[in-house]
Design a binder for this molecule. Sequence first.
Ligand code: CA
Length: 223
Amino acid sequence: MKILLVEDEIGLADAVGALLIKEHYETDIANDGKLGLALAQTGGYDAVILDIMLPGMNGLDVLSTLRAKGIETPVLLLTAKSEVSDKINGLDCGADDYLTKPFEIGELLARIRAMTRRKGMQVDINPKYGDITLDLKKGELWCGSESVVLGRKEFQMMELLLSNEGKIVTKEMFVKKVWDSNDENDYNNVEVYISFLRKKLQILHSTVLIKTRRGIGYCLDGG
Ligand code: CA
């Protein structure tokens, strides 16, 4: 089990790191957000412990960048006591859990165990929203007893929408994940494929809609 700890308070990072190693977790430590992101992007970790207040790039930005790139490693956010809104933002950005500082090491270890267990169980579960289910293996979108086959890009886009469970997926996220680019010219492609997906939802008589958030992106609604 390999863990990435992203924490800029050196004393805390070293203490937690030492305890994780004592618990037989292989542990890497990053002391700033950019290094944390670079390491987490390798996808080689079973869990990431991520502080929010970090130099370089804050924890929430690290987290949303990871999720936009389709990296689903479980993330435990560390928040200061006063940052209640950060907890909400953190969960919206795709955190699996959070822990308020100061914390007991036993609590941290329990959260990590729960998080990695949960993730292991979810591996084969097809994502659902409202009345639709995406069959990950066959690339089919189901609604009741009806199904349609999705093209590769349609599939990737629907997967991204479903994994965000009704939260907004920006055009930038689609372009990065599906076209692997940062080119704004690809934004038109996003619009085209969203219209394909909307037609397929109609064919399925689904109550789920892909709503446009003008200038921002898209989200699932009506589930
Ligand atoms: Ca910090």
